[in-house]
Design a binder for this molecule. Structure first.
Ligand code: FAD
Length: 395
């Protein structure tokens, strides 16, 4: 290794994207450093903690990281009719509710076991391209050090400094970021907490939806995501109203409040530059229709780790080589996200009457899997006019 280059890979961010990239890269023999500005991995949690069981193709979900294995999902129309989707196969969109803090910590532990170094309470603040790679300024407890690596990974979430400073266009427009508010509530009574619950409608959550993700022991994440361009009120306003209007939440108490943004954008065409790759929310990889980003962050981390290894082995970390990452992630994640982006754009324009009629059109359907793809496919089959606006859901 060149004497100035301390690492093959410096990864900014110790969330799922950074941890998984770090694990794969370290397993492949790369000298890897993960830096995380928080003092504790995974805390505070900014997530509803739902994930599809497909996650197990990538990660072994430890018992302590799993809060609830759900039976199915209940989707409510604005007029409060609902359909059930049973969780009968592994393709389920939300089959598990995680203990996200434990989950994230286990991911980082796996990266460490594979050989990665981790620095907590360490903020990456400046980045400079050099002949051999990237020089990164890190600030820890007020003291700064500069390290150099061949490749820099921006796994720094929705606000991504790496993207901004390295001039990779990852800005989000107003209708591309869902504003979320969530309460962790205890003492919930009178609703089946073996199911997740989703509520749609312009009164309930303009441009998004409200969710109840059970965590066991009468507890659940009760949250709402809205698109700010659909209303001048905050997500908190809608969440408070939602809670006040539900009988089963009447005696429930709030244990935690969480606020945050989720990118619901179409995929970035380019998430690389010379010696740089963006992974996870920083590359707008969460699903634009559901807002779920954990699985996609992990999928992208695998690709980024593998491409980093190939680039370093070929002694070529320039943009032209790293475009392999773009090609693979666009195929494995981007195509579905593009399709789901179109669906999100369509659904956010529908009136409550149209949403009522769409959901009632599914009352006789028995779903084989709890997946958004199947849900939208069935909607298109029963309401063919939708296929004028969205495609790619039915083979
Ligand atoms: C309210 C809410 C509910 C959600 N619910 C779900 C859900 O149920 N299911 C799901 O799949 N997804 C959900 N998401 C989305 C999901 O949380 C993200 O998609 C996922 O965390 C993305 O992982 P990531 O590693 O890309 O980013 P993050 O998990 O955001 O990790 C980025 C990390 O980078 C660190 N960082 C940032 N800048 C720097 C810096 N300069 N130096 C050092 N460290 C830095 C941050 O501290 C952070 O730890 C939700 C999001 C929100 C806000």
């Amino acid at each position: 290794m060149n004497k100035n280059v301390e690492y093959d890979l410096i990864i900014v961010g110790g969330g799922p994207a950074g941890a998984y990239t770090g694990k794969i890269a370290s397993k492949l023999g790369l000298e890897t450093l993960i830096v995380e500005k928080r003092q504790e991995i995974g805390s505070p949690v900014r997530c509803a903690e739902g994930v599809g069981k497909k996650i197990e193709e990538y990660v072994n979900v430890a018992e302590e990281a799993l809060a609830k294995d759900v039976k199915g999902a209940r989707i409510y129309s604005p007029s409060n009719n609902y359909i059930d989707m049973l969780e009968e196969d592994a393709g389920a969109e939300v089959g598990y509710i995680l203990n996200r803090k434990v989950f994230d910590q286990k991911l980082v532990e796996e990266a460490i076991k594979a050989g990665a170094d981790v620095k907590l309470k360490t903020r990456a603040s400046e980045f400079e391209q050099t002949e051999d790679g990237i020089r990164v300024k890190l600030v820890n407890n007020g003291a700064s050090i500069t390290l150099e690596s061949k490749i820099l990974i921006g796994a720094d979430g929705v606000e991504s400094l790496v993207g901004k400073k390295m001039d990779i266009y990852n800005n989000l427009k107003l209708n591309e970021i869902e504003s979320c508010a969530q309460f962790l509530m205890t003492g919930i009574n009178g609703i089946d907490l073996d199911y997740t619950h989703f509520y749609v409608g312009n009164e309930v959550a303009p441009g998004g939806y409200a969710w109840i993700f059970p965590k066991g022991d009468k507890k659940a994440n009760v949250g709402i995501g809205i698109l700010p361009n659909g209303t001048d009120k905050s997500a908190y306003h809608y969440l408070k109203k939602f809670v006040e209007q539900r009988e089963y939440l009447k005696n429930a108490k709030i244990l935690e409040e969480i606020y945050g943004g989720v990118p619901v954008a179409s995929p970035l065409e380019e998430a690389v530059d010379d010696n740089v790759m963006l992974v996870g929310d920083s590359a707008r990889q969460s699903d634009p229709l559901t807002g779920g980003g954990i699985l996609n962050a992990i999928k992208a981390g695998k690709i980024a780790g593998e491409v980093a290894k190939e680039a370093i082995e070929s002694n070529n970390c320039k943009k032209d080589f790293l475009k392999r990452y773009d090609e693979r992630r666009l195929e494995e994640i981007g195509q579905k996200n593009e399709r789901n982006y179109d669906a999100k754009e369509l659904f956010q324009k529908l009136s409550d009457e149209e949403l009522n009629s769409l959901i009632s059109s599914l009352e006789e359907v028995s779903f084989e899997s709890l997946s958004v793809t199947e849900l939208v496919s069935e909607l298109i089959k029963t309401n063919p006019w939708l296929s004028d606006e969205i495609d790619g859901f039915i083979d």
